[in-house]
Write a protein that binds this ligand. Structure first.
Ligand SMILES: Nc1ncnc2c1ncn2[C@@H]1O[C@H](COP(=O)(O)OP(=O)(O)OP(=O)(O)O)[C@@H](O)[C@H]1O
Length: 229
């Protein structure tokens, strides 16, 4: 069971511009979409969750332990983040090596890591691409490889930053199935999205960010009602 408690989180990149202005909520084991206008602070927020940046003030607790007390490798076992741009994530020149890197990093042995990687590639529908160079693939396919790299680590918390961007109908259906399958396996799923229809259809909860604050936070039913109005 995983729970993330966000306690009065503020964050600024520069002295005079506060990007997150005192966020306070709990993320439970469900699927949560985070939506909001450009620059609202969504990516900044998930970078804080992944420990890539530190809050200016406030605390984040993962299962009652302050994120500040986790080492980077401990956090990697708990939280996976799929970057918005796969080119920021992919660094190997072979798909299988890329997807095996995470499992090997969290101390799976080579056979286990290969099994995890091939299972993850199957989930994203690219199991026949194992020996290709990621940079010979389309951007949408590279996004799927970046997703597979995180799925292979089997973390309890999985964060996606704009996974549907650049995907066609089939790709979006695939991502929907992945999210539902992660939920069936009891994962805490967080997903930044611009696509409100996708958020309403797929996610149990939707949080709307606006200029570093929360504008709305509702269940799927509440969000569907708001969307209709
Ligand atoms: N590395 C950085 N240095 C300085 N300012 C930054 C940096 N990264 C983001 N910002 C600024 O912080 C604010 C929030 O950015 P963030 O990327 O978190 O928003 P977002 O809601 O994810 O937007 P988008 O939907 O466009 O991805 C923006 O004003 C952005 O210009």
């Amino acid at each position: 069971m995983s729970e993330i408690r966000i306690q009065n989180i503020k964050f600024s990149y520069t002295e005079h511009a506060e990007v997150l202005k005192g966020l306070q909520f709990i993320l439970k084991e469900q699927s949560t979409a985070i939506i909001g206008q450009n620059g609202a602070g969504k990516t900044t927020f998930v970078k804080l969750l992944k420990g890539l940046i530190r809050p200016s003030s406030g605390d984040i607790f993962l299962n009652d332990k302050n994120l500040r007390e986790y080492t980077a490798s401990e956090l990697a076992r708990h939280i996976g983040l799929v970057f918005q741009n796969p080119n920021d994530q992919i660094f190997k020149n072979n798909v299988l090596d890329e997807v095996m890197f995470g499992p090997l990093h969290i101390a799976q042995d080579k056979n286990e890591a290969k099994r995890s990687a091939l299972d993850a590639l199957k989930m994203v529908g690219l199991e026949t691409y194992a020996h290709k160079n990621p940079y010979d693939l389309s951007l949408a396919e590279r996004k799927m490889i970046a997703i597979a790299s995180i799925l292979a680590m089997d973390t309890k918390v999985i964060i996606f930053d704009e996974p549907t961007m650049g995907q066609d109908y089939v790709g979006k259906q695939r991502i929907k199935e992945i999210i539902w399958s992660l939920r069936r396996r009891g994962k805490l799923v967080i997903c930044i999205l611009h696509d409100m229809d996708f958020a309403a259809e797929v996610f149990e909860r939707t949080i709307v960010f606006n200029e570093g604050n929360i504008l709305l936070d509702g269940t799927q039913q509440q969000f569907l009602l708001i969307k209709k109005c």
